[in-house]
Design a binder for this molecule. Structure first.
Ligand SMILES: Cc1ncc(COP(=O)(O)O)c(C=O)c1O
Length: 402
């Protein structure tokens, strides 16, 4: 494998997304990272095998690749760049955001343990917490997304605090230093799903959070064309998860990693545009007579605006709002909306729209759904990279049809 060149520079996200911190020379002097589409890597002779196995046993690395489930070069290039952007010692890629969430929890949970989750988190995470973890005898509490509520829920066996910020769909922003203070007081590990923030807008590790997870399907991939997840943190802390990653092999294949790395090259540029579009659209929606209420952390009306201003560089491109009216008016708005595609997800080039009660939460019993705030006139838009003027006029035109 060619030599690495060290660049001990304090580069910004766009530069890190293109170069990472370490430049790795590629075969054939290729500028872009080649897709190494192979399931295994051969040895020239038995001496090479012996030297490789001996070095491995002694904890030395003399060559990186052996078998596809243990990683591939395109994946490792992505991991290096993701770690550089997040400011983490190590990044471990998984095949989806949910496999990153579940495998991280499975690695660090204890049979006698108690895990605190903050509410208003991603639907599948809350289902895993409430339906699956209990089957392993793990105690789970689901609490309001505040440091006070977390501290109140602490038990003698609490060992993990799992949060999300901003949350989904109400975009609650958690006070990360306050949560870290609570966690350290009670010797609990902190894990955050920061998919909606991205390291462009928030750096949880700098606030003292132990482990950060992202669905890389969203802003990192950025084009609505791949699935991936990533867990980041200190090298030693992630040793156990690294073993789990290699044991299960739930990592994206070389082509997905190529697409992800390509997405990282425009990550900074895209985040600037997402932040700009989010602010402009949120302001327009808030002033529109057909809109009852808007949740966007960049607006002064958002309950966590003060924390968001202190903690976030920008507020992203996810906006939740209530249409003035009920189910019929909401459906008329969505069906009249040009440009926006009716589908969940976020962070890609195409703008997306969902009526939350119909899509992500349809199978919940109505009473429970309403109780957690998923009302019929709740709409979530995930702005893409179209011109902001076009997004504004598409939304205004559809609101005019109600
Ligand atoms: C906040 C958050 N976490 C995790 C996930 C899961 O990611 P994936 O779909 O890549 O498994 C999502 C997906 O929408 C999400 O929004």
């Amino acid at each position: 494998m060619p030599e690495k060149t060290r660049h001990p520079k304090n580069w910004k996200p766009s530069t890190l997304g293109i170069h990472g911190q370490d430049r790795v020379a590629h075969a054939h002097f290729a500028v872009s990272t080649p897709i190494v589409q192979t399931s295994n890597y051969y040895f020239e002779n038995t001496t090479e095998v012996y030297e490789f196995m001996k070095a491995k046993k002694e904890g030395r690395t003399i060559r990186e690749h052996e078998y596809g489930r243990y990683g591939n070069p395109t994946q490792q290039e992505c991991e290096r760049k993701l770690a550089a952007i997040e400011g983490a010692e190590r990044a471990l890629l998984f095949s989806t955001g949910m496999s990153a969430v579940i495998l991280t929890l499975m690695t660090y949970m204890r049979p006698d343990g108690h895990i605190i989750f903050t509410s208003d988190c991603y639907r599948q995470t809350r289902d895993f917490a409430t339906n699956t973890l209990s089957r392993f005898g793990i105690e789970v509490s689901m609490v309001d997304p505040t440091a006070e509520a977390i501290e109140k829920a602490i038990r003698p066996n609490t060992h993990i605090i799992f949060t999300e910020s901003p949350t989904n769909p109400y975009l609650r922003v958690l006070d990360l230093p306050a949560i870290v203070t609570v966690a350290r007081r009670h010797k609990a590990m902190t894990i955050i799903d920061a998919t909606l923030a991205t390291p462009y807008n928030v750096k949880p590790l700098e606030a003292g959070i132990d482990i950060v997870i992202h669905s890389a399907t969203k802003y990192f991939g950025g084009h609505n064309d791949l699935l991936a997840g990533v867990t980041l943190g200190r090298r030693d802390l992630l040793d156990d998860l690294y073993r789990m990653q290699r044991m299960i092999g739930a990592m994206p294949g070389p082509f997905t990693c190529f697409l992800l790395e390509r997405g990282l090259k425009t990550f900074g540029l895209r985040m600037e545009q997402h932040n700009r579009a989010g602010m402009a659209v949120a302001r327009m929606l808030e002033s529109h007579p057909k809109v009852e209420k808007v949740w966007y952390p960049g607006l002064a009306s958002h309950p966590d605006h003060a924390i968001a201003r202190k903690q976030m560089k920008g507020f992203g491109s996810l906006i939740s709002f209530l249409i003035r009216g009920g189910d019929a008016e909401t459906r008329r708005f969505i069906d009249s909306l040009e440009l926006f595609l009716i589908t969940p997800s976020l962070g890609g080039s195409e703008s997306l729209v969902t009526q939350m009660s119909m899509m992500s939460f349809f199978d919940y019993p109505e009473e429970y759904r309403l109780n957690i705030g998923i009302v019929d006139n709740l709409v979530r838009v995930a702005l893409g990279l179209e011109d902001v003027e076009d997004l504004l006029s598409a939304l205004e035109q559809a609101l005019g049809r109600i």
